[in-house]
Structure formats: structure tokens, C-alpha cells
Ligand binder design. Structure first.
Ligand code: GDP
Ligand code: MN
Length: 381
């Protein structure tokens, strides 16, 4: 889960990191009022889940009410890399002389968290990492001990930060590591950490991504998730409790078990089709779950045909078949052809039960996928 900049900054500020005074606004008048209250000059910053907002026109610095109004009019409602901006952060502009980068993430290769500092802040850090990796000082962390003070100092000096500033940056890095750990974050980043003319440091931007599997331990953060920012179909699927990923093909895929669904995706691709989604209905395939899964896949306008790939285990094939029949009977008209393949416990009984007026039944996964790809081509033609 990605937090918005304003949410991440709240977490950072609560942990004692310096952040600029700011207010959130969702209307032109709101922006002007927020700017008056924060005090000019202010930065008006789009709150969408994309990086590089500055370059894409989602951040404007303004000096007075007239400019604030114009910035609000241009940023609110704009499309930023596929996301519609409906809120902006109105933030006291920082008068800076330097921009640093400070971050903590999981280094999967090393199997350890890594704390990073660079003087190449304010630019795309992935590019820095690719082009001049030596410009980023790194310290791997033993999670049992945390980030030692000598490590934060070493990272800061290795990055080339010195003097009084080094102490402040080391302190920021240490706090950022604590935030990362306490919140089960996957990434915590400040880019840029601005250095002011007076030698103060300020977190001018904030990234905090939380490990979804740990979200249940952080109900306060989970509450910050804003569904309006998710793809509509992902939201619908999430509401039903499915693991769902939208893809850009036209073959809808439903299965039980992540491995089975992945296999189906691969086979659809193998037989010349293009998967429209990954949808794992999980354990149990009662009529309601089946109907919900179909609701998600049928709601995708790109879908031309659907393959249902179920392996009966604890959930028996005959139960699944009843579920599929009931679910399909509940539709006045089945919008797209559905192909079913059942295997495992009571698969034969299940295939007998399936109503062939409503679905195409195939005996093997290969045949089911081939049939679905053909049907999708016919429907698309
Ligand atoms: P991002 O582009 O989405 O990463 O958004 P950032 O918050 O990092 O802003 C990008 C750039 O906008 C920064 O590196 C600055 O150069 C500029 N910027 C953002 N906030 C301020 C500010 O308060 N004052 C000034 N002068 N520049 C800012
Ligand atoms: Mn940034």
C-alpha cells in the first residue's frame, strides 16, 4: 500500500522529522485559503500515486493569491500519468540551497534492509542508481540490531555530507529507519531532503509504502487507503476479497489457487490469447463467490470470453459445479461465453452437473484454454 505524500509526511512529522507547514485542499477556493493560512510562497502539489510529479506539471510554486488560483485551476482535475488529481497539498515553499536523498528499503538480493544517503537528491534516484551507483552510500542493516549509530554516520560521510549538516542528516536517516521498521514499510524515502540557507534540513517530499501483508498490524495506516485511487475493477475485486490484477488482454481468467491461475495465464499466452486479468477466488467456490468472480470479470469491458479453471480439493467439484450453475442462472443474459475445466475431487460428477446451456465444458486445461482463446477471437471479430 502506497501512502500519499501528505499522509507519509504526517507519519514522518509524528516521528519527529522536519516537514514544511502544509494543508490539504480539493478546490480552487480551498487552495487559496490554505495558501493564505500557510503563508506565501507556497508549493501546490498534486496528491497522486506517481513519482516525477514535478516534471509532469503536477507541482507549482506560487507567490500570491492570483498565482495560487491559477495553479489550483491547472492542477486540480488534471490527468497525471493516468491519475486524475482531486487533491493538492499546499505547502510552505522551502528556500533551499541543496537537495539530498535519504531512503530505506529492502535489498532482496542481500536479504536485508538497506539504508541509503546521496547528495544527488531531487532527481530520479533510480537513474542515479543505474548511472552512478557510487553516488549512493549504502548500509545494510541486521534487523535484529537495527541501524547502528556508527552506520548512519558512515553512510552520511561516505555520501560526502560533512560538518554540522552530517549530524542532522544522520539523525534523519536514523529516524527514517525507525519509521520503516515500526510501520512494516517496504520503502521509506525522502527525496529531496532539502537543505536551507540556514543549514536546516526539511523533508520536502515523502514516500512511505507499507507491506500489504503487514497492513493488518497497522489499522491506522490501513484506514488511509483511499479506494477512489484504485482501478475500479481492482476495487470491486478487493471488496469481494479476491486477489485480482487487471491486465490488458481480452481473456478473462478465474481459478482457485495462485499457481493454478498463473498456469492458466501462461497457457492462454501460449495458445495465442491475451489474459485480461489474474483472479484467484481462493478456497471454497460457493455460488456467491463464483457469482462475485464473474461479476468482476464480466464488468471488464475488454473481456470477450472467460475460462474457469478449478481444482477440487477440500472444495469438491460437484459443489463448484452447482455454484457455477447457480451463479450463471442468476444472470438474465450471460454477457460473455464461459468455458469450465474441473479437475480433482469429484471432477467427473461436477462435469455431469454443469449446465451446458450456460457453459462450455472441457476435459483438460489445454482444451479449455484453446477453446476460450478461440471464443474470445470470435467474439472480438
Ligand atoms: P516529485 O517530482 O513527485 O518527486 O515531487 P517532489 O516533492 O520531490 O518535488 C519535485 C521538485 O520540485 C523538487 O525536487 C524541487 O526542485 C521542487 N520543489 C518541491 N517543493 C518545493 C519547495 O517547497 N520549494 C522549492 N523551491 N522547490 C520545490
Ligand atoms: Mn520527490
Amino acid at each position: 500500500m502506497r501512502l500519499h505524500e501528505y499522509q507519509a509526511k504526517q507519519v514522518f512529522a509524528d516521528a519527529g522529522l522536519p516537514t514544511p507547514a502544509a494543508e490539504l485542499a480539493d478546490s480552487v477556493e480551498g487552495v487559496v485559503a490554505a495558501a493564505e493560512s500557510v503563508g506565501y510562497p507556497v508549493a501546490v502539489k498534486a496528491q497522486v500515486h506517481v513519482g516525477g510529479r514535478g516534471k509532469a506539471g503536477g507541482i507549482e510554486l506560487v507567490d500570491d493569491g492570483q498565482e495560487a488560483r491559477e495553479a489550483a485551476e491547472s492542477i486540480l482535475g488534471m490527468d497525471l500519468k493516468g491519475y486524475t488529481v482531486d487533491r493538492v497539498l499546499v505547502e510552505a515553499a522551502v528556500d533551499f540551497v541543496d537537495e539530498l536523498y535519504v531512503g530505506v528499503t529492502m535489498d532482496r538480493g542481500a536479504g536485508k534492509p538497506v539504508a541509503m544517503v546521496s547528495t544527488k537528491g531531487g532527481v530520479n534516484i533510480e537513474e542515479v542508481a543505474a548511472e552512478e551507483p557510487e553516488a549512493i552510500a549504502r548500509e545494510h542493516v541486521d534487523p535484529a540490531f537495527g541501524l547502528h549509530p556508527y552506520q548512519t554516520r558512515r553512510a552520511v560521510y561516505d555520501a560526502g555530507v560533512d560538518g554540522d549538516l552530517a549530524r542532522d542528516v544522520a539523525s534523519v536517516l536514523s529516524t527514517l529507519y525507525d519509521i520503516w521498521e515500526a510501520n512494516d514499510a517496504s520503502d521509506a524515502e525522502i527525496n529531496p531532503l532539502m537543505v536551507t540557507g540556514d543549514g536546516e534540513v526539511v523533508a520536502a517530499d515523502a514516500v512511505l509504502n507499507i507491506d500489504d501483508d503487514a497492513l493488518f498490524r497497522h489499522p491506522d495506516l490501513a484506514e488511509m487507503e483511499e479506494e477512489s485511487y484504485e482501478d475500479d475493477l481492482e476495487q470491486l475485486a478487493g471488496g469481494y476479497g479476491f486477489d485480482y490484477v487487471r491486465l490488458d488482454g481480452n481473456v478473462g481468467i478465474i481459478g482457485n489457487g495462485a499457481g493454478l491461475v498463473m498456469t492458466t495465464l501462461d497457457l492462454v499466452d501460449h495458445y495465442g490469447g491475451a489474459p485480461a486479468n489474474f483472479l484467484d477466488v481462493g478456497g471454497g467456490a460457493k455460488a456467491e463467490r463464483v457469482a462475485n468472480a464473474l461479476d468482476v470479470v464480466f464488468s471488464d469491458d475488454n473481456v470477450d470470453a472467460v475460462v474457469f479453471n478449478i481444482f477440487g480439493g477440500i472444495t469438491r467439484g460437484d459443489e463448484v459445479a452447482k455454484g457455477i450453475n447457480e451463479a450463471l442462472e442468476s444472470f438474465d443474459e450471460i454477457p460473455k461465453p464461459v468455458v469450465v475445466r474441473l479437475a480433482g475431487t469429484n471432477a467427473e460428477e461436477g462435469m455431469e452437473i454443469l449446465n451446458t446451456d450456460l457453459v462450455h465444458v472441457e476435459g483438460t486445461l489445454e482444451d479449455a484454454v484453446k477453446r476460450t482463446v478461440e471464443l474470445a477471437k470470435e467474439v472480438a471479430a
